[in-house]
Write a protein that binds this ligand. Structure first.
Ligand code: NCD
Ligand code: ZN
Length: 345
């Protein structure tokens, strides 16, 4: 039985760091174990231009505690007014690694997102030409579509047309939550990848709703049926290089989660590596963990893999703090509902 596992240092290909006091509090939670992360641009106001991304990157690096190393991989928030040349320039300088498309209204701070996909066609074409990946929040916002079906409908109505109309565009379906997402990726080529979160490998929709409403399990896209969780687990542990970790760790203070209209987001930065080791071990797939956390993402983004390593060891139950304190208030750490035995040493 494996009791110790050494991996190349992992990267997080979808992370919310926020800004100000929240950034200060949550950044060490990621930087402790992760070398790099794709930083989501859904601040208020969003990170739309190269200049804004450069300024945000500086704020992240200033918030990093002495002695920690971490590289933020910046993204731009795609709007209907985004200038293709600004994207190309920010990419050519190495500043940004991707552009994020939120359908307007799909999730937290997505009001400035895209309503009319024809209006971003020129940007997408430029991205295909110069090789900037598109990160997609894959849910339609049509009020007539049931929230549990929004990912599957997005694939047919938006994703498949975009890919057919923009050959060469490399696309990451962010935080897939359904077997439809898994199947769509598997049926396509290496220009399409998908991130999978830690929490969607662990919870299904019952966890949110059975026995009382659990706001800390509410995130977007919302967790689906058990059969979908199993499809995600199968994809993550399969060794298929098109699937890689994007935690979507999304901190909100308890005040903003535990209310009549609570915010969407699970905060998993703190305990993600222990959670993943536990889940991969249960699937008898610990040998696939390094690919998922440390190799497939760099390959998709055409970046070098990390040279340093982390070691996970199995032993006594590992305790993580229930909450992270921030100047804005406490943030609850994702509780899987089962004990964790793998610690990062
Ligand atoms: C994210 C957030 O809080 O910014 N929330 C979430 O539930 N995942 C936004 C997002 O990635 O959809
Ligand atoms: Zn997210």
């Amino acid at each position: 039985m494996t009791q110790s596992l050494t991996l190349r240092r992992p990267d997080d290909w979808h992370l919310h760091l926020r800004d100000g006091a929240m950034l200060q509090a949550v950044l060490p939670e990621t930087a402790r174990h992760f070398a790099r992360a794709i930083i989501m641009p859904n601040l208020v106001p969003p990170v739309v231009t190269g200049d804004q991304a450069a300024a945000y990157r500086d704020r992240i690096l200033r918030a990093l505690p002495d002695g920690m190393s971490f590289e933020p991989l910046m993204t731009l928030y795609l709007t209907e007014d985004t200038d293709p040349q600004d994207v190309a320039t920010a990419h050519a300088s190495g500043l940004i690694k991707a552009v994020k498309l939120y359908p307007a209204g799909a999730t937290t701070n997505s009001a400035s997102g895209v309503r009319d996909f024809d209006k971003v066609r020129a940007v997408l074409e430029k991205m295909a030409e110069v090789g900037v990946p598109l990160c997609l929040h894959g849910e339609v916002t049509d009020a007539k579509i049931d929230i549990f079906d929004r990912e599957a409908v997005f694939i047919d109505r938006v994703l498949d047309p975009i890919r057919r109309e923009t050959p060469g565009l490399r696309v990451v379906m962010e935080h897939i939550t359904t077997s439809n997402g898994v199947d769509y990726v598997r049926a396509n080529d290496a220009d399409l990848g998908a991130t999978i979160t830690t929490h969607h490998l662990i919870i299904n929709r019952n966890h949110i709703l059975v026995g009382g409403i659990k706001p800390h399990y509410y995130c977007l896209p919302v967790a689906k049926r058990e059969e979908h969780r199993l499809a995600l687990l199968n994809a993550a542990t399969s060794g298929d290089g098109r699937f890689f970790l994007g935690t979507d760790s999304a901190p909100h203070t308890d005040d903003n989660k535990e209310m009549a209209c609570g915010c969407a987001g699970c905060f998993t930065a703190t305990n993600t590596m222990s959670l993943l080791a536990e889940m991969f071990e249960r699937q008898d797939a610990l040998d696939k963990l390094e690919g998922f956390t440390s190799l497939h993402g760099p390959a998709f983004y055409r970046l070098p893999v990390n040279q340093d390593t982390i070691t996970l060891t199995k032993g006594e139950v590992v305790e993580y703090p229930a909450k992270i304190d921030t100047e804005d208030g406490p943030v609850t750490v994702f509780d899987p509902g089962f004990p964790l035995h793998w610690r990062v040493s």
